[in-house]
Structures are given as C-alpha cells and as structure tokens.
Design a protein around this ligand. Sequence first.
Ligand code: AMP
Length: 387
Amino acid sequence: MAARTLEARFERMSVNDENEYQKSKIVTTTTQLGHSTSRPNLYKVALQAGSANTVTAVTLPSQAAQRKGAQPPSPTRKPVASAVSRSSDELALAHVERKSATILIEQPSMKQFHLGMFEIGRPLGKGKFGRVYLARERTSGFICALKVLHKSEIQQGRVEKQVRREIEIQSNLRHPNILQLFGHFHDNKRVFLILEFAGKGELYKHLRKENRFPEWKASQYIAQMASALRYLHRKHVIHRDIKPENILVGIHGEMKVSDFGWSVHAPNSRRATMCGTLDYLPPEMLKPGSSDNSYNEKVDLWSLGVLTYEFLVGEAPFEDTPVMTQRRIARADMTIPSFVSPEARDLIKRLLVLDPEKRIPLEQVQTHPWIVKHCLKGERAANREKS
Ligand code: AMP
C-alpha cells in the first residue's frame, strides 16, 4: 500500500475501528498459530517491502535467548479456547508473544522498516513530543506500539540528544521488566520507534486508581524493579528518572521500565548533570555546582526507595512545596505511616540513606525479608516453569 494512503489511515482510524479489527483478526491468527510451520517473519517482510523513501536501517533483537525472561507462554498452558474470553489487547499480546520468539530467532540483526509495513490502530497515549499507537506488522501479525515523534518538535524542544540517547540505550537492552525497543525508522518529518506493547498501560494510572498498593503487590513490583535496575547497572546504564510515570505494565501485570530519555551510559565516570523529577531526586543530585555534586548508579537506589514508599503510602515521601521538598530530601526527612509493615519500613529506610554508598545494594534488595515474604517463592516457581 502506498505510504500516503497509510498515512491517511493513520489519522483516520478510530479506537472502535481498531477494536473491531483486533476482534476479527487476532482471534483468527491466534488459532492458526499451532498449524503454521513457515510463518513469515519481519526479515522477509523487510525484503518484500521496497518503499525507499521511508527506509532506514534499524537494529532488531537477534538473540531470542537474551529474552529469557520474556519467553512466550507455552500454548499448552494457555489454550486458545480459554483465550477467547480475554480482552482483545490481551489476545493480541498472547499472539505477539508466541510469534515474537520465532521472529526474533529468525532475525539477522540489521533490518529495514518503513511505515507501510504497519497497520496503525488506536492511540495508546500522548507524550510531550508525540503520540503512541497500537500497531500491527502486516505480514507477521506482530503487535507493537509505534511511537511517532515529530522532528520539528524534537528540534524545537532541543531534545535531539535525548531522543538519540533513548534510542541507542533502549535498543541494546533485553530484560523482561524493561520495555523493549525493537527498532526505529524515519521519514522526512517523523521518527518512528517500534516498541514492545505494554498491554496494561501506565503504572501511574493504576496507582492513582488504587490509591496505594497492598504490600504483596508493592513487594512484587519492587522485586521486578530491582531486577531491572540490576540488569541496567551491570550494563553501566543509570536510569536517573525512576518514577511511576515512567513505568508501564505488561499484559500479565509485569513492570516495564520505559523512558530512557534521561538515562546515561556511564562506564566509568560519575555524572554531574541536574535532571529528573524533584520528588524522586536523590540528595546528591540536588546540589548542582557544589563540589560534591557528582553521582553514580546509586541514584537509582534512592529513587527505588521513593517508589517503594509511594507504592505503599500513595504519595511520595518528600511531597511538599518545591523548596520544602528539596530541604526535606537533603535531610532525608520523612515519616512512614504506621500501617506500613516493619519489613517494608526497614527496606525504605535502607534505600533512603543520604550517603549513596551506604544504600542497600540491589542484590540485597532482592533477598530482603519483605521481598522474600511476598514474592520469592512465587518467583522461584515462575522461573522453574520457564526453564
Ligand atoms: P510517552 O511519549 O513515551 O510518554 O508515551 C505517551 C503515553 O503513551 C504513555 O503515557 C502511555 O500511556 C502510552 N504508551 C507509550 N508507550 C507505550 C507502550 N509501549 N505500550 C502501551 N502504551 C504506551
């Protein structure tokens, strides 16, 4: 299909169109999966599609083994018949997960994509620099989220560097709790990011709806965040902007860390840039210009402490006027309400420590009594099942 026709559809397609589309198509393709031995993959599609004006090289995940944690559910565990009662998004994702493993295994690493390869569905959300749409790769049925950034807005917002960094960092990460970037391409006016679809949307909305999370749920979320951060830090990536707004939720309720706009790849160096969001800022990042303003990956530990607190209490620990928030962060001045369990209280206090070097390391977060109590057994069982 001509790129122009697609772009017209892009603007026109409504939420209802997409829902109908999902209902009619996804169920069919899901039921066909068991029979198909020679499924088309994105690589073949890329070779077949030849629209030169929108093509650029992209990197796709080539090693399915690296996605160990995101293994598709076994078809025998979730029969198609039972899947039919699930929502269309859920069906779509189950379908994607099964397909993606095959696709990823079959992919050589360098691919070419263009807009004509995707059917564009309902809008998933709007960010500062563009919109995100549900999308389906035509030939393989691969469901993803397509983030559309307008080049003019990126330039006006002077965030070229941030976007480039986001793409470079995120496309090299493979972890079940980190939103995967499969590739990117651009045309004259826009940059398109092909992202993993997070079926349950923004964590922030879940938190606002529930006000605060029960301890078991908060603990499981924090365990997943610790696992994601440990992976990032092993790769010398500091996220620097961990907060509920930057976490999406997968269709099975799993955390998906996103928004790598502020993250840095810092193999040896300590960083000295003021960034991030005030409520989540660690004390060492609050003093730009002072002699003691450099920081390292331990900033993410502080943010994990703020996140734990917010999950359990429903608001951030230092929430106040901007001036007061800064003062209170500088003194680690917070009160933990009495309904928070002693174990959770202990973890929060070990994370929200002024001296970055004295914060509890991530591996100890993963074995902390509060985490063990609520999720280690469940996680071990899940791992056994996976392996
Ligand atoms: P962003 O521009 O990344 O802040 O995205 C804007 C909004 O789009 C987010 O707040 C989400 O509601 C939604 N969104 C972004 N990426 C995804 C995704 N991969 N899956 C589902 N929803 C998404």
